[in-house]
Design a binder for this molecule. Structure first.
Ligand code: IMP
Length: 197
C-alpha cells in the first residue's frame, strides 16, 4: 500500500482526510504517526505558498510524497482577517470560544448582507525533488449571530452555510466534507493521489 504523509498534527483534519481518501489504496499518516517533529516557519503570503512550504519541507526530510494544507477564515467586513493568520489570531493558545466571541462582537451591529465570509483551503502535494501541485477551494457563507453547534473545530460554530441555514459545527462530518473548502480541495487532489497508488 502506498504511503503518504499529511503534514498536520490536527486529529480533526486527519479524520476528515481519511474519510475522503478511504476508497484509495493509500495509507495516510499524520506527522505524529510518521514520528516526525518539525517546526516549520509558515512565512508565505498566501494559503498556497504556506501549503507548499509545509509539504516540501516534510517531503525533503522524509523522501515520501507529502500533502499539506493551509486553510483559514476570511471575514469580508474585517478586510479578510483572520485569513492566513487564522490559527494565530489573538494568539496561538487563545481558545476558539474567545476568538469566535471576538469576531461576533466586532460584527455585533453589522447587517446580514455585510457578514459574508468564506473558508479557504489550499492543498499541496510535494515530492522530495521539490515538484509540487496545488489545489484551492472555498466555501462561501456568512458569520452568524451566536455560537452554535458542537461538531468540527476552530471557527465552525460561527460560520453559517446558507444552503443548510446551519453552522458548519451543526453539520455531520459527512455533510461538511461534501461542501467544505478542505473537502473540495482534497477531492480535486484525489485524482493526483490516485495516480501515485
Ligand atoms: P492551518 O492549520 O494552518 O491550516 O490553520 C487553519 C486554521 O484556520 C485553523 O486552526 C482554524 O482556526 C481555521 N480553520 C481552517 N479550516 C477550518 C474549518 O474547517 N473549520 C473551522 N476553522 C477552520
Amino acid at each position: 500500500m502506498k504511503k503518504i504523509i499529511f503534514a498536520t498534527s490536527n486529529e480533526n483534519k486527519m479524520k476528515e482526510i481519511r474519510e475522503i481518501l478511504k476508497d484509495l489504496d493509500v495509507e495516510v499518516l499524520s506527522l505524529k504517526d510518521a514520528g516526525i517533529k518539525a517546526d516549520i516557519v509558515e512565512d508565505g503570503k498566501t494559503f498556497e505558498e504556506n501549503a507548499v512550504i509545509k509539504a516540501s519541507a516534510i517531503a525533503r526530510l522524509t523522501g515520501e510524497f507529502v500533502l499539506a494544507d493551509d486553510s483559514g477564515l476570511e471575514v469580508d467586513y474585517l478586510d479578510k482577517a483572520p485569513g492566513i493568520y487564522s490559527a494565530r489570531f489573538l494568539g496561538e493558545d487563545t481558545s476558539y470560544d474567545i476568538k469566535n466571541n471576538y469576531i461576533l462582537d466586532k460584527l455585533k451591529d453589522v447587517p446580514l448582507e455585510k457578514r459574508s465570509a468564506r473558508f479557504v483551503c489550499a492543498i499541496a502535494l510535494c515530492d522530495k525533488d521539490g515538484n509540487s501541485l496545488v489545489k484551492r477551494a472555498t466555501i462561501e457563507g456568512y458569520i452568524g449571530y451566536e455560537i452554535k453547534g458542537e461538531n468540527g473545530f476552530g471557527y465552525d460554530p460561527i460560520f453559517m452555510v446558507p444552503e443548510f441555514n446551519k453552522t458548519t459545527a451543526e453539520l455531520s462530518m459527512e455533510e461538511k466534507n461534501k461542501i467544505s473548502h478542505r473537502g473540495k480541495a482534497l477531492l480535486a487532489m484525489k485524482g493526483e493521489i490516485a495516480k501515485l497508488c
